[in-house]
Design a binder for this molecule. Structure first.
Ligand code: ADP
Ligand code: ADP
Ligand code: ZN
Length: 213
């Protein structure tokens, strides 16, 4: 089963994707993670996109479509979870074409609805384990031991450069201008399931489970 998690920055896409990886052996394809990896490993492409990402703008369709195509050629185990991709209509069209090219299909698009006020709170409180990528929050998801990852035990918590109020405003604007039209696009295609993403992590996980069954 291949699915898209669609929603604004901070909606909880990464958090829920990691659960699905654990529970269903699915593969998380997060273009944000891929771009940050490229940036950290100092590739030419990574350097090119670093400024764009820090400002909260979208990087070019060409770059992210290229990243996704590479992954679609690999193993797909329990299916792909597209997390943070597609983010524009051309990306959505390209995904459809690539899935066909590699003999795959899209099953469900889960739209996670979270209101703007809650997003600001989620983004400004977010931190991530540098060892395994587990996502935490200052208020809603603290590790059992301060500064130590519950999952891998490392003490390497990181905050993202673009998780500040300024960049978030740009990211939200990008979302409403360029990504939110995808909700109508997938509704018209018949693939859309919208869920309330405001509840606790467990509750949202249960809603996603129902949407997938
Ligand atoms: P996205 O990938 O959509 O940007 P994340 O999964 O990184 O979102 O979540 C953003 C922040 O909100 C993180 O700090 C995460 O721990 C927290 N979070 C995720 N889901 C919930 C939830 N249902 N309730 C409260 N906080 C949440
Ligand atoms: P969030 O967790 O807030 O939704 P991501 O980690 O998905 O953010 O993305 C971080 C940044 O990476 C975006 O603000 C954008 O600059 C870039 N990015 C990620 N995915 C895409 C994409 N599909 N198209 C264009 N830019 C992207
Ligand atoms: Zn960890």
């Amino acid at each position: 089963m291949n699915i898209i998690l669609l929603g604004p920055p901070g909606a909880g896409k990464g958090t829920q994707a990691r659960r699905l990886v654990e529970e269903r052996d699915m593969i998380q394809l997060s273009t944000g993670d891929m771009l940050r990896e490229a940036k950290d490993s100092g590739t030419e492409m990574g350097e090119k996109v670093a400024k764009v990402m820090a400002a909260g703008q979208l990087v070019t369709d060409e770059i992210v479509i290229g990243l996704i195509e590479e992954k679609l050629q690999g193993d797909n185990a329990g299916g792909f979870i597209f997390d943070g991709f597609p983010r524009t209509l051309p990306q959505a069209d390209a995904l459809g074409e690539l899935l066909t090219k590699y003999n795959n299909t899209l099953d469900v698009v889960v739209e996670m609805q979270v209101d703007d006020e809650a997003l600001v709170n989620r983004i400004t409180g977010r931190f991530t384990c540098g060892g395994c990528g587990e996502v935490y929050h200052d208020d809603t998801k603290r590790p059992a031991k301060e500064g130590v990852c519950d999952v891998c035990g490392k003490s390497d918590m990181k905050r993202r450069a673009d998780d500040n109020a300024d960049a978030l405003r740009t990211r939200l604007m990008e979302y409403y201008k360029k990504t939110s039209p995808l909700i109508g696009y997938y509704y018209a295609k018949g693939d859309l399931k919208s869920i309330n993403g405001l509840g606790e992590i467990e509750d949202v996980a249960a809603l996603i489970k129902t949407a997938l069954n």
